[in-house]
Design a binder for this molecule. Structure first.
Ligand SMILES: Cc1ncc(COP(=O)(O)O)c(C=O)c1O
Length: 427
């Protein structure tokens, strides 16, 4: 099993040296519990796997996965950079302390005001369309401005159709066949195009699509280099590396992954006679996915036509199961040693039938008051949560060597009305 589950002497789940049941008691549920050391380990494992074979390598954390300030601060302190997909993420990264040279912006369908905001922050933009390129040249001075373009490498993969970002159905990037023309256009507008970007999808455990994407992106970069004379400072292959969510899934052999892909990268540099560009990757899930656990309390056990274990969180708290039909491993943190004796459905508290964390899940004899731990909830967990059903957003707790700190307070009911205005005639 690659799920990295630890149990303490009380037969409770251990998270980063702290007892999950104690955390639930102290901070309440639902709460996301973030293991600081796990994030640091994930980053260092990732960075060293690639930099060992290619020192001119940088990691841009795709912060859409988890924008908690503490999470971003941890990665900032490790030397990581940021991939931001919205002006809000750029703003957040700057607030955390990332210098503008440590942020890359990869937006899509962005407005002129947003283009200008990101530019004024001193951040390099990955431009996703001819429209955005032309509009950028109108709202800022393009003369000598460093930019990068996102291309569609015509390779796509992902754990769900919604997460595939390359290929003919994808809204992202500039068509491979038009790349040289658009890079030439960028030059003619006065820009200084220094980078190429691609990203094929998310939640990918199979190394094959990455190889194809590196090959294809480098073929596009090589052709652009030959057609336009641009010598790229960097090629950015995006993120997408998956993590195991089920006990059967295997972690990616990162060393082998890095070795194979960097060999390919170097071969292509030679084939197209490019000066060696830096290699950038943008992992999100890999860095933070397995570093958070969502703790919930069982508040009702119902035997209907099926057995339902009801908990105090729903798809407003963790959307992935409802949105992507994603599997999250769930354990009873209060009785880790107990044998699984029954198949149950684990249901949330949102008023929708689709609000289920698991169907037919093998569990021990779960009782009301037990603390369930929904594992691997660190990526696209809190960031996709909402106030649906007027439920306040949950708290977040950071565990560092067994010590717990609240890093986000649970919202209050009053917070639900933030920014709402009742017009005078309704008062
Ligand atoms: C442009 C871009 N880069 C990186 C990522 C990170 O993906 P992941 O969390 O799967 O590594 C995403 C997510 O879809 C993305 O859109």
């Amino acid at each position: 099993m690659d799920l990295n589950i630890k149990v303490n002497e009380k037969n409770h789940l251990d998270i980063g040296g702290a007892d999950a049941c104690d955390i639930a008691e102290e901070f309440g549920t639902p709460t996301y519990v973030i293991d600081e050391n796990r994030i640091r380990d994930n980053y260092n494992r990732f960075y060293s796997a690639f930099s060992k074979y290619y020192p001119d390598f940088r990691v841009f954390y795709a912060c859409k996965a988890n924008t908690n300030l503490a999470v971003m601060k941890i990665l900032e302190s490790e030397g990581c950079s940021i991939d931001a997909v919205s002006p809000g993420e750029v703003y957040t990264a700057r607030k955390v302390g990332f210098g503008s040279d440590r942020i890359l912006f990869t937006g899509n369908n962005i407005t002129n005001d947003e283009l200008k905001f990101v530019h004024d922050e001193g951040v390099v933009l990955n431009i996703d369309s001819v429209s955005a390129l032309k509009r950028l040249s109108e709202v800022v001075d393009p003369e000598g401005l460093k930019i990068s373009l996102r291309v569609n490498p015509m390779v796509g993969a992902g754990h769900h159709d919604h997460c595939i970002t390359g290929g003919v159905m994808s809204k992202f990037g500039i068509m491979d066949s038009e790349a040289s023309e658009v890079y030439q256009m960028a030059k003619d507008l006065g820009f200084n195009p220094i980078g190429m970007h691609s990203h094929i999808g998310s939640g990918i455990l199979d190394p094959e699509p990455f190889k194809l994407a590196i090959e294809s992106t480098m073929d596009i970069a090589g052709k652009v280099h030959q057609d336009t004379g641009i010598d790229f400072e960097f090629v950015d292959f995006g993120g997408g590396i998956g993590i195991p969510y089920t006990p059967e899934e295997k972690i990616v052999d990162l060393d082998e992954f890095a070795k194979v892909n960097i060999e390919l990268f170097k071969e292509k540099i030679d084939e197209y006679d490019m000066s060696s560009p830096a290699m950038f990757l943008e992992p999100g899930r890999y860095l933070v996915g397995d570093a958070s656990t969502l703790l919930v309390t069982v508040n009702s056990v119902k035997q209907s036509y099926r057995k339902f274990i009801g908990v105090d969180a729903g798809f407003n708290t963790l959307l992935r199961p409802a949105m992507y039909d994603s599997y999250h491993h769930i354990v009873d943190a209060s009785k880790m040693g107990d044998e699984n004796t029954q198949k149950v459905d684990i249901a949330g508290n949102v008023c929708e039938s689709g609000d289920l964390f698991a169907r037919d899940r093998l569990m021990p004899d779960v009782e009301e008051g037990d603390i369930l731990a929904i594992l691997n909830a660190g990526a696209y967990g809190f960031t996709m949560s909402s106030n649906y059903n007027s439920r306040p957003l949950s708290s977040e707790v950071l565990v560092t060597d067994g010590e717990c700190n609240l890093v986000r307070e649970k919202q209050s009911f009053e917070d639900l009305f933030n920014n709402q205005i009742i017009p005078d005639h309704l008062k």
